[in-house]
Design a protein around this ligand. Sequence first.
Ligand code: PMV
Length: 352
Amino acid sequence: MTTQEFIGKENFNIHTQTVSESCPSNIALIKYWGKYKDQIPANPSISYTLNHCKTNTSMEFVADESFSVQTFLAGSEEVKFAEKIEKYFRNIEQYLPWILKGRYIIRTENTFPHSSGIASSASGFGAIAKCLMKLDEMFAGKISEEKSLRKASFLARLGSGSACRSLYNGLIVWGQTEEVQGSSDLFAVPYPDAEIHEVFKRFNDWVLLIHEGQKSVSSTVGHGLMNTNPYAERRFQEARENFIPMKEILRSGDMEGFIKLVEHEALTLHAMMMMSDPAFILMKTGTLAVINTIWDFRQKTGLPLFFTLDAGANVHLLFPSNGSEEQIKDFIETELLQHTQKNGVVKDVMEF
Ligand code: PMV
């Protein structure tokens, strides 16, 4: 697969237009950390798309005016974000040849708190890519829904890598792997539904807000640190290898295997940052307390409560929606919430 199929048509017909779209965030189970030129991932990744944590975006395009971008985040003007989007639009011109032929006013808001560590760049670029494809349909003509989604995923990737996985609901793969047919480094694809055990189709993700504030390492810096990390190649290889057990786990419903693999991936991501130069420790005291309390709880009860982490201190608590759900929720409220800064928790689900 090459980028050729995404090159835009030169014959288009622009006019002033406003479009709106919404896109959820996602949480990776096998992590993407490290990339090559043009946002090509160093290894394949797989994520759950969240159901409630979304970005809602409206894009006003004023045709035939000189190119400029103005952005508003929850009503307040954001100049830095506008500069980022301007650069992004210039970068994707070959795929949408009309894109620099007007002025944009972009209004965006998240349904989740900014400080939650929930990937707003994933939902944000996902929503922008969907808006762009809506405009493209009006200006350059309709293409099939499948092709349009794939191109939205391709475009979102060029904004923020993990955003390409947010275009689809369910379990989503980005990055070429022999284990998933049709997978690509250029865009994400849904993991085949027929190969997913029912137990993985209704899951909870409760995000504990351990530390609210700016992340100490941006993902751009974080990916860059992998270029000099002496363990990087082994890590990329491990992520590729992890698709083999993951496939079998998803097919058979092996919860124990799933827990072990997902927690290992999260800890590996953080270990990579600890072994980078400069080193980063992104966990806080509360993160460690939560992890130890979860391990204790699992040992005592055998119930399937486990965690994953993004590049930050907050903890994503994962547990299936089945018989033990209420007991797990009670435990979170009574034992884990105390480790957050302000009793902060964002409750989401994955259902498909
Ligand atoms: O899409 P980026 O460049 O923000 O990278 C995201 C990386 C992680 O969230 C840490 C892992 C992942 O696969 O989503």
